[in-house]
Write a new protein. Structure first.
Length: 145
């Protein structure tokens, strides 16, 4: 992410009390990015599960019901699109954001075909990612009430 995590997040989350501990799975092999996603989502009031590999993500999906998945396409042990396909096949499919460092290689088309809700290229600025998360989290929480 381009901006340091200390940058102002939309303050309406603090006024409204966050997103009621929405369970979120973040999957990225890059531990710094994973930590950045975790901090941002926790500031939104989400309960965050973190996975550094495809296999670890699939274990979470087998035992945890999540409302949002943020997954990198390229993982050390496989394709992040496998995580998308498995997540979309669950009883209550989550909203899924695919993140990639190689947006020009046709990944966007494959991501949407696999069932992704949104697709973003790296690097993405903190504020832009926060705005995307706000809209998707609010929509998925409203849908499940």
């Amino acid at each position: 992410m381009n901006a340091p995590m200390g940058r102002q997040i939309p303050s309406r989350f603090e006024r409204e009390g966050g997103i009621a501990l929405a369970p979120v799975l973040v999957v990225d092999s890059d531990s710094e990015l994973l930590a950045s996603y975790e901090r941002l989502l926790q500031r939104f009031g989400c309960r965050v599960f973190s996975a550094r590999s495809r296999q670890e993500a699939l274990r979470y999906l087998a035992c945890e019901r999540v409302r949002l998945v943020v997954v990198d396409v390229r993982l050390r042990d496989g394709d992040g699109l496998d995580v998308v396909r498995i997540a979309r096949g669950t009883r209550m499919p989550p909203v899924i954001i695919i993140v990639t460092g190689s947006p020009a290689d046709g990944t966007g088309r494959r991501a949407f075909e696999a069932g992704a809700t949104a697709y973003v290229g790296k690097p993405i600025g903190l504020h832009a990612f926060a705005v995307l998360l706000e809209g998707l989290l609010r929509a998925c929480v409203a849908d499940r009430r």
